[in-house]
Write a protein that binds this ligand. Structure first.
Ligand code: GLN
Length: 290
């Protein structure tokens, strides 16, 4: 690692440093080396992307090269870029993240989209986002549904600190009520819509998640079949859903049948529907009042 760090910390221009880092990330099979090397270099230089491109042929100072080398080394050791730079974009908004919260995934935008679809057809005055993590789902919905009161719960106090910082950053602290506790337990009233991206990774798949060891296991692990938390949430739903309310759950690949059956047995009066993400994977199961 020391050799690698010193090899990125060469003299030359920003462009040279970037090219070298991109090669190193590519050699380590990091998925998007071109983008990630830019993300790390802009962070090291404390510049935005436009500034970087304008100054591409400027010489990198030894301090800047050393700082960039440190960030690249962290990435080569497997730490996700979102944690290194401290933020990640989701649904067009920027969220602070740290190792106490899951990094928002693009496929989770589907749950936001389906919630907005539901809100077109029926009045939704209250929403609960269960296991909110950094608050990405709750805050995206708060932006798009300005009349709605939102609760966001998490069992992790450290995660709620991150969510709170994000609520402030997005100016929605007065509309999102953060509650610490287990699943639906802390909700003070029934709500019109429950959304949740709960931990759903099975025990055998846990170490295959490529951020394993960096993201909190608590936010990923769903027990032997991945459905421990989802099952428990279902057992609490009837007390916390308003009459005519709906539930949207993010699920893992291959879980549509099991989660659909679970909901159908527990709530025979509801319509159960699965929604597919951009990769063609059944990613959200909805329990919709009809
Ligand atoms: N989508 C995440 C992954 O597979 C898991 C998120 C979750 O458990 N809710 O990496």
């Amino acid at each position: 690692m020391t050799t690698r760090q010193s090899s990125v910390a060469v003299s030359g221009t920003f462009r040279d440093a970037l090219n070298r880092a991109r090669e190193m990330l590519a050699e380590s099979n990091i998925e998007d080396p071109a983008l990630e090397s830019v993300v790390l270099l802009t962070r090291a230089l404390k510049m935005n992307r436009v500034q970087l491109y304008l100054e591409f042929d400027n010489p990198i100072s030894p301090e800047q090269a050393e700082q960039f080398g440190r960030l690249v080394t962290r990435r080569l050791k497997g730490e996700p870029a979102a944690y290194i730079v401290g933020h990640r974009e989701f649904y067009g908004f920027d969220f602070c993240v740290d190792s106490n919260v899951l990094i928002p995934r693009p496929e989770t935008e589907l749950i936001v989209e389906q919630a907005l679809e539901l809100a077109k057809d029926r009045p939704i005055t209250t929403i609960a986002d269960i296991g909110t993590g950094c608050g990405a789902i709750a805050i995206s919905l708060a932006h798009k549904l300005p009349e709605t009161k939102i609760y966001a719960t998490d069992i992790s106090a450290a995660a709620l600190k991150v969510a709170s910082a994000n609520c402030q950053k997005h100016g929605v602290s007065d509309r999102i009520c953060l509650l610490e506790g287990d699943l639906l337990a802390p909700l003070p009233e029934p709500v019109d819509l429950i959304v949740a991206n709960l931990p759903y990774v099975t025990d055998v798949d846990l170490n295959k998640v490529n951020t394993f060891g960096f993201e909190p296991t608590l936010a990923l692990s769903g027990g032997p079949d991945g459905l421990d938390k989802i099952r428990r949430l279902c057992s609490q739903v009837s007390e916390k859903l308003s009459p005519g309310g709906s539930l949207l759950l993010e699920i893992g690949q291959g879980q549509v049948a099991a989660v659909t059956a679970l909901l159908r047995n527990a709530f025979p009066a509801f319509k159960i529907e699965a929604f597919t993400d951009l990769a063609g994977i059944g990613r959200v199961v909805g329990m919709l009042f009809c």
